[in-house]
Design a protein around this ligand. Structure first.
Ligand code: DAH
Length: 337
């Protein structure tokens, strides 16, 4: 019987079927209740038991091949038939293709990264769940130091928390790389803050770091001047105000002339003419030392900026929550950017 089955298998494989009608003939001949395959099953029932195992295998193969061929061709001819029935009306308007849009946060982020790429900075990322060393201790925040309260932290357990800033990536870079180091580090950060139109419990930051021999505050200022000029244009003044961060000494905050009123005073800049856009400073020698870089040989600057606030100003967005609401009406407005 096996021989017979194999012959039928070959016959089916060789068969060429070219239309829906031929396919129907095929179905009736092989797969219908009175078809060949059913007859063969009847025959199979009658063979001696010891032959059943081997013969059954070939029998199943035959059934599968026949059904597969039928199903496959049914798709082909079924579709063709449908297409023939539909007359094409070439006067109908085309179907619109919805193209996606980049998220405004990443439009702005990419612009910033492009500027620093031009200056030879590479890009690095780090984990969002971070240990105490990388988020705090390695950045000169001693245990129980009040500076830790500057950032309301979401703790995971004794050791881990959601990172409160991208400066944590700076520690990861220093432990792996030897100077010269020139890196920008974008990413999402988390703070335990009430959600409102102006603040959120997660947002984005871009940190930057440059470590080499003889890096000075003048290098920091010049780099940031260049950054503002490239990003916003030449007419925006900047100013530095003294500030405090545990990981930089001296520390500063940098303001740019208000994007909206260009310095004359408006609601957005609260009539000061200035907008605070980043924190920066010279890396504290202690931070270099605990991360294996000799502060007598090397110095460095660092800066860190929030992405949401500047993006909101650039696009006139009034509520920070829209960034994470996934409202397609909001997001699709950025399709051309
Ligand atoms: N990590 C700081 C924050 O989240 C911002 C910052 C300030 C980063 C100064 C820096 C820096 O790298 O040098 O508020």
């Amino acid at each position: 019987m096996i021989e017979k089955l194999k012959k039928v298998i070959q016959e089916i494989k060789d068969l060429s079927i070219n239309s829906a009608e031929e396919l129907e003939v095929f179905r009736i001949k092989y797969l219908s209740r009175k078809g060949i395959i059913n007859d063969l099953f009847e025959e199979f029932k009658a063979i001696p038991n010891e032959q059943k195992k081997d013969t059954g295998k070939v029998m199943n193969e035959l059934k599968q091949i026949t059904e597969f061929k039928f199903n496959e061709l049914q798709v082909v001819f079924g579709k063709k038939q449908k297409e023939e029935q539909i007359e094409t009306d070439i006067s109908l308007p085309g179907e619109p293709i919805n193209i996606g849009a980049r998220h405004p946060i990443y439009i702005f982020q990419n612009k910033v990264l492009d500027v620093f790429r031009k200056l030879g900075f590479t890009i690095a990322e780090g984990p969002e769940i971070e240990d105490d060393w990388h988020n705090f201790s390695g950045l000169n925040f001693p245990q129980n130091h009040p500076a830790r309260d500057m950032q309301d932290t979401f703790f995971v357990n004794e050791v881990f928390s959601l990172r409160t800033h991208c400066t944590s990536v700076q520690v990861r870079i220093m432990e792996k790389q030897k100077p010269p180091i020139r890196v920008v580090m974008p990413g999402r950060v988390y703070r335990n803050e009430a959600i409102s139109a102006r603040s959120h419990c997660f947002f984005h930051q871009i940190d930057g770091v440059y470590i080499d021999k003889n890096v000075s505050f003048a290098d920091l200022k010049q780099t940031l001047y260049f950054f503002v000029k490239e990003l916003f244009g030449a007419d925006y003044g900047i100013r530095f105000r003294p500030s405090y961060f545990p990981f930089t000494e001296p520390s500063a905050e940098m303001d740019i002339a208000c994007i909206i009123c260009k310095g004359s005073g408006c609601n957005v800049c609260k009539h000061t003419g200035w907008l605070e856009i980043l924190g920066c400073g010279m890396i504290d020698p202690n931070v270099l030392k605990v991360n294996g870089i000799d502060p007598d040989e090397y110095s460095g600057f660092a800066f860190g900026m929030g992405v949401e606030r500047t993006t909101m100003m650039l696009y006139g967005i009034k509520d920070i929550r829209v960034f994470s609401q996934n409202d397609i009406r909001f997001l699709s407005q950025f399709a051309s950017q």
